[in-house]
Design a protein around this ligand. Structure first.
Ligand code: ADP
Ligand code: MG
Length: 594
């Protein structure tokens, strides 16, 4: 399709969106607009994020509502406040040059009385989050009796967020003779049920293969130790000075912590998650949108559907648990035909997830290397040089200041001047990255850390118990076989088991606290080669002491056990400092260099 002409939209509307830079329709717009303009139709539209769904339903809706009728004719329901506001903003941009519509947004966390006032003034279109709408309905503020159109945007996400009952309630209180337009990125069973229960022979428009990734997204990943993730992130950001992106974390706590670390380390970053007040979230989104904020650190829910143009990167601090979240996350970049990078910072354990996602989105990931210290410095320097080349010289005004400057520099050669000027910026980074070690995780298999769940980066002991077991290398065990043993008898999954320290006659391993009791039970009465297998909890903060004691008790002097003890102690302190490490020179003093 060459243009918006011919889809049935009014000339005025086509002209209004052309002014906004919408020259030709996206595929979902091309298909959905003519269907929806028929007026009496239910529709299920499945399309990836960033494909222009708002205009796909918004433009027909604007054409169909009666401007002269003050009654509420259309209801748009979206999962989050951010999305609702965004939809309203879009609809206002489309319609304001040609018509006077009253579009009201309602959402939780903001003054309900203000929203009530606005609705009472006559809202032809209400854009709402499900919870607040229910609230307003129960206060009998919203009159749905004249509703002709109900749009469910991001339906799958609303169901994910537990709004099923609210949506059922809303759909069953609206008049029977209405049109329901449902948009979703995916079609899980619950969405299918809504279409069955509340829609009549809906037309179904599916764009591309479901779940198929956006072609313009370059999917990349790097593999590092769990404890090095933050450092890898920093390297990457330093290496990419013009980065403008969203960093996804799985939990609110992680989101907050990563953001705080970044801020402390001097980056332009802020968190976005559900524990912030609406005012805080608004402020963060505003500064992110106007680019005074470079990095937004967000949870999946908080960032769902955020439409910010020109993001260069989406960064995943871990692979999301839900396959679909990956699509939603990466869909924040490469919007409206632009290109973008989706970079996953993963531990070895997560590599299987990469393959799963590859199969699901039918796109290949490229494995990248964490930039080395030298590469970061080189890039920083180049960025500086580019800036110098591009700077606009204000000839007239600088002239009078220059003689003195020339005089000061007259004894320096051109080369000297370049060197010195470059060093101003460079020294800082060089200092910082001089002894930066290689963060890339090699392909050599090692099971030194399985337990890499949430929170592990900061303190393993919060989530895990450390357990002593009276079997070890001398029983012919390796880390893998010990892990199998623990999982078999303890009846726990592998990912519940953390770091394993294999010693001579005994070993230690970490277990997710949730499973400790079950594990200890499972081992009751178990024998290995005629020896009773004994488990014992250790005190997390008395590791060294208890280990020494054990060593004396068992008389194990084997080299391996001493080594094991040292390296474990080493990695402990490193993982503590690790998340903050580089700024304090945490990389320094290690033997490995680039
Ligand atoms: P979705 O809801 O499918 O995730 P949006 O409706 O938010 O996607 O649109 C994504 C971006 O693409 C928005 O910034 C929007 O302004 C832009 N856009 C949508 N349709 C067009 C079009 N036909 N031409 C140019 N840009 C468009
Ligand atoms: Mg949308």
């Amino acid at each position: 399709m060459e243009s918006f002409d011919g889809l049935g939209l009014s000339g005025q509307l086509v002209e209004a969106i052309r002014q906004l830079g919408f020259e030709k329709p996206t595929p979902i717009q091309e298909k959905a607009i003519p269907v929806l303009l028929k007026g009496k139709v239910d529709l299920v539209g499945l399309a990836q994020t960033g494909t222009g769904k708002t205009a796909a339903f918004g433009l027909p809706l604007l054409q169909l509502v009666d401007e002269s009728n003050r009654a509420t004719q259309a209801l748009i329901i979206a999962p989050t406040r951010e999305l609702s506001v965004q939809i309203t903003t879009d609809l206002e941009r489309f319609s304001s040059p040609i018509m006077k519509l009253n579009i009201v947004t309602v959402y939780g966390g903001a003054s309900i009385s203000d929203q009530i006032k606005k609705i009472r003034r006559g809202a032809q279109i209400i854009v709402a989050t499900p919870g607040r709408l229910m609230d307003l309905l129960s206060r009998k503020v919203v009159d749905l009796s004249a509703i002709q159109y109900v749009v469910l945007d991001e339906a799958d996400e609303m169901l994910n967020m537990g709004f099923k009952e609210d949506i059922d309630e809303i759909l069953s209180t609206t008049p029977k003779e209405k049109n329901v337009w449902l948009f979703s990125a995916t079609m899980p069973r619950e969405v299918r049920e809504i279409s069955k229960n509340y829609m009549h022979n809906p037309e179904e428009i599916t764009m591309g293969e479901r779940n198929q990734g956006n072609e313009n997204i370059d999917h990349q990943f790097i593999v590092v130790d769990e404890r090095d993730k933050y450092m890898a992130l920093k390297r990457f950001v330093d290496y990419t000075p013009d980065i403008y992106g969203v960093i996804f974390c799985r939990t609110k706590i992680d989101t907050q912590k990563i953001a705080e670390h970044l801020i402390k380390d001097g980056y332009s970053a802020d968190p976005l998650h559900g524990d912030l007040t609406q005012q805080q979230r608004d402020r963060v989104m505003r500064s992110f949108k106007n680019k005074s904020l470079q990095l937004l650190v967000a949870t999946d829910v908080a960032a769902r559907g955020i439409d910010v143009s020109n993001l260069t990167h989406v960064i995943h601090m871990n692979m999301p648990d839900e396959m679909e979240y990956y699509t939603h996350r990466s869909g924040r970049t490469a919007r409206a035909g632009k290109k973008g990078i989706s970079l996953a910072i993963i531990s070895k354990r997560e590599m299987g997830r990469i393959q799963q996602v590859e199969r699901s989105i039918k796109r290949k990931f490229t494995r990248m290397n964490v930039p080395t210290g030298d590469e970061v410095c080189q890039n920083k320097l180049l960025a500086l040089v580019h800036k110098v080349k591009q700077v606009e010289v204000n000839e007239d005004e600088i002239d009078s200041f220059l003689p003195e400057v020339y005089h000061e520099l007259k004894d320096l050669t051109k080369e000297d001047i370049i060197k010195r000027f470059a060093s101003i910026e460079f020294n800082r980074f060089l200092e910082y990255y001089r002894d930066a070690r290689d963060l890339n995780k090699s392909d050599r298999s090692d099971r030194s850390s399985n337990f890499e769940g949430e929170g592990d980066r900061y303190s393993t002991s919060e989530n895990a118990d450390r357990v002593f077991i009276n079997v070890g290398k001398m029983d012919g065990l390796e880390k893998g076989s010990l892990l199998d043993l623990v999982c078999d008898f303890g009846e726990v999954k592998k990912d519940a088991v953390g770091k394993i320290d294999l010693k001579g006659a005994y070993s230690f391993f970490e277990i997710d606290k949730k499973f400790t009791e079950q594990l200890l039970k499972g081992f009751e009465g178990i024998e290995l080669r005629g020896r009773k297998v004994r488990l014992e909890m250790t005190q997390p903060h008395k590791d060294k002491y208890s280990e020494k004691k054990k060593e004396r008790f068992y008389g194990s002097k084997s080299k391996s056990s001493a080594d094991g003890g040292n390296s474990r102690g080493g990695s402990r302190s490193e993982s503590r400092g690790g998340s903050r490490g580089e700024s304090r020179g945490g990389d320094r003093g290690r033997s490995k260099r680039y």
